[in-house]
Design a protein around this ligand. Structure first.
Ligand SMILES: *Cc1c(COP(=O)(O)O)cnc(C)c1O
Length: 402
């Protein structure tokens, strides 16, 4: 998408606006399948929570992807998008047994991440196949909010509790058809990932009726120049070889699974916001946009970097700005950032805004959530309307206290 096209879209649909180019999604998806071409059975389950618009899910359906879901609502979105329940895996954390049962009844593969529900589920439904989420305790990266496989993490059943899992399986005679790990987003080098996969292979040997091993995600994408990204081809080369060897040892052709979110959709997205005010203070120049952490919270929540360009004046002289929002709260998108000269009414583009951006948006300050546009095979589609005042009031009961 070039600047002119993006400007045209804000002229048509207003700001702030999310735009997704499916060409990027398709190319990222194909890069994974290509990297694992030497494994016979490969299944990519797109992690819905990264970007959950139903039309994006339909694009994944066309690609023959499966889905990784974390709530029954995501499962229902997937079914509505036309996915076969068999192509959906449910990997929640801390949800009730009732929700897990409801999802299992829909025919979706469930993945259990704690011993108490595993035991209960096994007693009640010994014939329903279950995948187990293992915590291999590999410290994936520097940011503890997004590395979920380490020792203090709430996710998964500890690798040290495998004997306990085995006892539960023996006692209940339940059917374990898969094992899973998801160590987090910040895998900085392939060796760390491979280390975790070895732990999972070792665990897999304890279960004799597996159909798949799910290595979760952890695929990193660059957000700024110099960022490390996962070398998918190298990972594919190393892990494919090891996986094929393991299948021989195990005596069965298993399916290798992954569930990337960010890797698949991050780059496809651009977030466009209009500059309302330029404010020169004694220390900096603020550019305030018609948005805030109600629409894009990653910089504030995770200290994430999003590259920002001024698409209204891309060739202007570069100056330093603090880009902030219009929320009554500190909502700094970027400080001391070099951006080509900004005037009021210019449109700023936040890059890599496909993953965990719209899906984390809220109505804070009673603002509307933005519209979403998808560019797909040469066509543009409004895939979500901007909210209106009715959306703000929806579900509020207006009570007459007189
Ligand atoms: C969020 C999540 C993912 C996707 O993680 P990314 O960093 O977006 O690739 C995969 N698996 C599970 C279980 C998740 O919760």
């Amino acid at each position: 998408m070039n600047n002119k096209e993006l400007l045209q879209l804000t002229a048509t649909y207003g700001s702030p606006l999310y735009v997704y180019d499916t060409e990027e999604i398709i190319s990222q998806y194909n890069s994974i399948t290509k990297a694992f071409a030497n494994v016979k059975n490969v299944k990519i389950n797109y992690a819905v929570k990264a970007l959950s618009n139903i039309n994006i899910l339909k694009v994944f359906k066309q690609l023959k992807s499966g889905l990784d879901t974390v709530s029954i609502q995501e499962v229902k979105l997937g079914l509505l998008a036309g996915f076969d329940p068999k192509d959906i895996i449910f990997t929640p954390n801390g949800v009730s047994i009732e929700e897990i049962e409801e999802v299992a009844n829909l025919g979706v593969q469930i993945n259990i991440d704690n011993l108490s529900i595993l035991e209960l589920f096994g007693q009640k439904h010994p014939t329903i196949p279950v995948c187990i989420r293992i915590n291999p305790h590999v410290m994936a990266g520097g940011n503890s909010k997004i590395s979920v496989g380490h020792i203090d993490s709430k996710f998964g059943i500890s690798i040290h509790q495998v004997p306990h899992i085995q006892r539960v399986v023996e006692n209940t005679r339940m059917h374990i058809n898969g094992i899973h790990m998801h160590t987090g987003s910040d895998i900085l080098d392939i060796d760390t990932f491979i280390l975790a996969t070895e732990i999972l292979f070792n665990t897999a040997k304890h279960f004799n009726a597996l159909e798949f091993i799910d290595f979760g995600s952890g695929f990193k994408v660059p957000y700024k120049e110099g960022d490390i990204s996962t070398d998918i081809n190298q990972l594919g080369k190393q892990l494919s070889k090891r996986f094929n060897e393991f299948c021989k040892e195990y005596g069965k052709e298993l399916t290798i699974m992954f569930e990337p979110g960010k890797f698949l959709v991050s780059k496809s997205g651009s977030f466009l916001a209009k500059v309302n005010v330029i404010k020169q203070t004694t220390s900096t120049v603020f550019a305030s946009v018609d948005s805030g952490f109600n629409h894009l919270i990653r910089p504030m929540m995770y200290n994430s970097y999003h590259h920002i360009t001024n698409i209204s004046n891309p060739k202007g002289k570069e100056r330093y700005y603090s880009v902030v929002g219009y929320i009554c709260e500190t909502d700094t998108f970027a400080s001391n950032r070099r951006i080509s000269e900004i005037k009021e009414d210019d449109i700023l583009c936040f890059h890599n805004a496909g993953a965990y951006c719209f899906s984390m948006a809220s109505n804070y300050n009673s603002r509307y959530r933005p519209a979403e546009v998808m560019l797909h095979q040469g066509q543009e589609y409004l895939i979500r309307k901007r909210e209106t005042f009715d959306d703000i009031l929806k579900n509020q009961e207006i009570i007459d206290f007189s």
